[in-house]
Design a protein around this ligand. Sequence first.
Ligand code: ZN
Length: 234
Amino acid sequence: MGVVQRLTRIALAATQPRDRWISRGPKSAQAIALTFDDGPHPEHTPKLLDILAKLEVTATFFVIGQQAARHPELIRRMVAEGHQVANHTWFHHEPTRLSSLALAAEVKETRALLEDLTGEAVTLFRPPKGELTWGKIRTLWTLEQTIALWNIDPKDFAFKGPGDIAAWEANYFPARGDIVLFHDNHPWATTILPQLVEKTRALGLGLITLAPWIKAARLRRHASLLNVEPAVTA
Ligand SMILES: [Zn+2]
């Protein structure tokens, strides 16, 4: 990521409400959020869902549209088990190869499929590799998407074995509002979840989907437009 992109992210995180741009939760949050990208995967995703159910943890899945079309039962299972399903484009093309127009088409196609499968509105979007231009940000906001990034990136897609992610986990100290980026088209996150969840809970923190943070931001924004106190605070 270039300097300009990094500064853009910092500026957006500082100026935009979390229902338009979320790269971490509130510093006062009582939780962290685990997110899983690039699935659903026919082998790794069911195993991950098994572990999450056993640990009683809900998470957010940024799924690729064409993968969701191939494995619709996994999308239904995610929702049935309390997870949040979100949009990660239809093809997961290289961001630089995609025009704003093509991005909009992929967002709409994936959204329609996910809404059909989940019966819920799907307006949370994460760009492949986190790369965006101003034009694409404008396109996504025109489509009323909440743009979701992360602040903790283990880069698990590059790991060669469980030792790599164990080493990362040993050096990770969960902080309020962290958004952690994992990939469920790789098996590694599943191997360290029990330790990670235990460590997080020992700090008095829960593990939640992104939905409550976004909802709180939306309520606060609407309340400020109406000039009244919000009923819910994060
Ligand atoms: Zn991705």
